[in-house]
Structures are given as structure tokens and as C-alpha cells.
Ligand binder design. Structure first.
Ligand code: AMP
Length: 282
């Protein structure tokens, strides 16, 4: 596995692959890799000749009171995991390499980021959009694989690719979960003792709302209320939002049609967790 830390090195490798006609599938990450990330790597391997992974804890997507400084960093372990998966190239740039000066470009998709996480993390998706477009321009992957766990992020990226005519195919792969349903996340490492058990409430709450939907409940607000009530039943959890939104526009649904995204964000033991379920109405 090539480990590249500079844009120059990775561009040189990309030019070689262009000459060989080899296709690259990229998995962008912030590291502290888990099975969720590795499932994206395996999906990427099915879609191209080489899998490339980026590990970059992107400062522009963290708010001033968020966990940028304490975000888990374990590059050596990550490198071994990726090597074992047969990844061809790891791009792990420094902040200076990615942002030699403070960025002045704003990439904003206000229609998609007004609600859900966007409402609670101002500037977050601008940071995501900027770093993803930069990574696409630096690495020029034919395919890029993202996780459904970050549904709003994947939706924003698909929209950027569409409207900016970026020559990359975006693939969204399913959320990988722990045995009790908790969506895998690098931030789960912050959860200790009873908080770890309590965190399973997010998935349980979404499942309860999905069950009500299947049983005939179509009112978005009622479904949101079911998610909220379940989260409230767990003393260690504090709800940030519960939403029933359209899968493409991310707008709240008064009445659910044939598809809905049920999404939730909550703090458990001070750790902000998110989860979602896409439900097809029978
Ligand atoms: P992160 O390192 O958290 O920025 O995530 C990098 C990529 O992995 C994103 O596309 C995430 O959506 C995806 N991802 C994170 N957790 C999971 C999971 N549990 N299952 C599937 N994909 C995930």
C-alpha cells in the first residue's frame, strides 16, 4: 500500500493509473476506522481496479465547540487495517497540505442543509462539501463510496456531484451496526459503561417509528413523536432532533408517501450520536 501525504505524490500516482487505464474507487474517512468504514472499502473494491482511502480529520467541518481536538486519531492501526483489506493507496495529508491558507470558497447547499444536522451544526456541511470536492479534484476517483449512516452528508454530496458535473459516481452503502443495533461510529469510542448500552436507544426509537409506519401511521409529526418519546425514555439520552423527511429533498413530511427517512440525533453521556432508517411504506 502506498501511503501518500502530499498532493503532489498522489497526483503522480493518479497519472500512472490514467496511463494504465485503471479505475479508482475512493473511500473518504476521518480515520479511527471500524467495520463500517471497512464495509465501504469492500464495496469500493467491487467497483474499481484499486481502492484508495483518505484519512483526514477535516477542521473546516467542526464547529468551535465540537470535538476536533479530541477526535480519535490512530493512523498506524488504520494503516494496518487498510493494508489487510488490500487497499492500494492511503492519502493522509496534513492540515497544512489541504489548507495552506484559510479557505475563502464557500460551497453551500442551503436547501439540503437547513434541517436535520445542518440546523444544529452551522457550517458543518460547508466544511464537508469543501473537503470532499478538494479530495475529488486531488485524487480524481471514478467512484466514491459513502455510508448511509450520514444520510444528509451523502445527499449533499450527490447534489454537489450532479450540479457541479463532477466526473465521479457516488455510491451509498448501508449502515453497519453493533449487535444491539447501535450504528458504528468512531465517536462510539467516547461511550463508556452504561452510556454504551443506553446508546442503542437511537436505533430502537427509529425501529418503533418504522413499526408504527408499517402499522398504518402516516403522520410525520406523530412518527417524530414516537422517536422522541423513545429517546426520552432513556435517562442517559438527550434528544437533539427527531425527523421524518423526504428521502431526496430532506424536507419534513406532513404525510408520509411511499418512502421516508426517519432520522435522529441525541446526546448520550455528552457524546453526540446520529442514526437514520430509510423506510419503504408497504
Ligand atoms: P467518518 O470517518 O465518520 O467521516 O466516515 C467516513 C465514511 O464512513 C462516511 O461516508 C460515513 O458515512 C461512513 N460510515 C461511518 N460509519 C458507518 C457505518 N456504521 N456504516 C457504514 N458507513 C459508515
Amino acid at each position: 500500500m502506498i501511503v501518500a501525504t502530499t498532493i503532489r505524490a498522489v497526483r503522480a500516482r493518479r497519472q500512472e493509473l490514467d496511463r494504465l487505464g485503471r479505475r479508482v474507487a475512493l473511500v473518504p474517512t476521518m480515520g479511527a476506522l471500524h467495520e463500517g468504514h471497512l464495509s465501504l472499502v469492500r464495496e469500493a473494491a467491487r467497483r474499481a481496479d484499486e481502492v484508495w482511502v483518505s484519512i483526514f480529520v477535516n477542521p473546516t467541518q467542526f464547529g468551535p465547540n465540537e470535538d476536533f481536538d479530541r477526535y480519535p486519531r490512530q493512523l498506524e492501526r488504520d494503516r494496518e487495517l487498510l493494508e489487510a483489506e488490500g487497499v492500494a493507496l492511503l492519502f493522509a495529508p496534513t492540515t497544512k497540505e489541504m489548507y495552506p491558507k484559510p479557505p475563502s470558497v464557500l460551497l453551500d447547499v442551503p436547501q439540503l442543509t437547513a434541517g436535520l444536522c445542518g440546523a444544529h451544526r452551522p457550517g458543518h456541511f460547508r466544511g464537508v462539501a469543501l473537503v470532499v470536492v478538494k479530495l475529488f479534484n486531488i485524487l480524481r476517483p471514478e467512484v466514491a463510496v459513502f455510508g448511509a449512516k450520514d444520510y444528509q452528508q451523502a445527499t449533499v454530496i450527490k447534489r454537489l456531484v450532479e450540479e457541479l458535473d463532477l466526473p465521479v459516481e457516488v455510491v451509498v452503502a448501508p449502515t453497519v451496526r453493533e449487535a444491539d443495533g447501535l450504528a458504528m461510529s468512531s465517536r462510539n469510542a467516547y461511550l463508556h459503561g452504561p452510556d454504551r448500552q443506553a446508546a442503542a436507544i437511537l436505533q430502537a426509537a427509529l425501529r418503533a417509528a418504522a413499526a408504527a409506519l408499517v402499522a398504518g401511521e402516516r403522520r410525520g409529526q406523530v412518527l417524530e413523536g414516537i422517536v422522541a418519546a423513545h429517546v426520552a425514555s432513556e435517562p442517559a439520552a438527550r434528544l437533539q432532533y427527531a425527523a421524518a423527511v423526504h428521502p431526496d429533498t430532506l424536507e419534513p413530511l406532513e404525510t408520509v408517501g411511499d418512502r421516508v427517512v426517519l432520522a435522529v440525533a441525541a446526546f448520550v453521556g455528552g457524546v453526540r450520536l446520529i442514526d437514520n432508517l430509510v423506510v419503504e411504506v408497504p
